[in-house]
Design a protein around this ligand. Structure first.
Ligand code: KIV
Length: 268
């Protein structure tokens, strides 16, 4: 296990299962990555949530591979000790395998990602297996798959019925067998999440899944309060960056209008 600020790898993240909770967070730029890394998070995900949190889209569907490469490269420039994982965006995991491989290679080669995350369970397991065989570490993602927003007709919680629980069990087993080094579970019933976590040999990282996963991930804007939208109910806000930004912009605007900035002594 890495000591203070030594580099996290897929192997060392996997080795945390059963030892201590794994701390994961999203970041989309170098500044946020430096600050998250200073807090010694274990894994930074450049999520396609960049689309809804930073780029003004209503869903993650419009996010492209080019956008993901751009934001992943910004985070990589921070040279985080955390493991750097990049999301494969909407539909990009569903092409012919060579094209999927090319997308993942771009995220790693141009973006500097050390692993990729792909949304989807059993149906995506064959792709995950081929990527892993090609030397691309994969983080799975089950439960609520935000890229399926239009297919689902909105966002909801999963794993509340026996049939859904069975499906989810098949999903995590297939991803583990395919070689995923860990699996993100989003918006699962907490009892279901606990049961799946106990089933798996690889870590399960929860978001909106209750306390019994091997680790937690939150979207950085949600946890820091840097958002102009409503955050999901499961989020705990540890800051009010939007409030601070509003105060700062208002004070600056007032000072310029009242000719208090630049002040006489400080102007260049
Ligand atoms: O895109 C993202 O930020 C994610 C997390 C919610 C896990 O997939």
């Amino acid at each position: 296990m890495p000591g203070t600020m030594s580099k996290w790898t897929t192997q060392s993240i996997r080795g945390l299962k059963g030892k201590r909770p794994i701390v994961c967070v999203t970041a989309y730029d170098a500044v946020t990555a430096v600050l998250a890394d200073e807090a010694e998070v274990d894994l930074i995900l450049v999520g396609d949530s960049v689309g809804t949190t930073m780029l003004g889209f209503e869903t993650t569907v419009p996010v492209t591979v080019d956008m993901m490469v751009h934001h992943t490269a910004a985070v990589a420039r921070a040279r985080p000790a955390a493991l750097l994982v990049a999301d494969v965006p909407f539909a990009a995991g569903c092409h012919e395998f060579d094209r999927v491989l090319d997308t993942c290679a771009r995220l790693m080669r141009e973006g500097g990602a050390e692993a990729v995350k792909i949304e989807g369970g059993e149906a995506m397991a064959p792709v995950v297996a081929r990527l892993v065989r090609a030397g691309i570490p994969v983080l799975g993602h089950i439960g609520l798959l935000p890229q399926r927003y239009y297919a689902l007709g909105g966002y909801r919680r999963f794993g509340r019925t026996p049939a859904e629980r069975e499906h989810l069990l098949a999903d995590v087993r297939a991803l583990q067998d395919a070689g995923a080094f860990a699996i993100v579970a989003e918006m699962l019933d907490s009892g279901c999440a606990a049961a799946l976590t106990g089933e798996l040999e690889v870590p399960m990282i929860g978001i909106g899944c209750g306390p019994d996963c091997d680790g937690q991930i939150l979207v950085c804007n949600d946890l820091l309060g840097y958002s102009v939208k409503k955050v999901p109910g499961f989020v705990k806000q540890y800051g009010d960056l939007a409030g601070e930004a509003r105060k700062g912009f208002a004070a600056y605007a007032r000072d310029v209008r009242e000719k208090k900035f630049p002040s006489a002594g400080k102007s260049v």
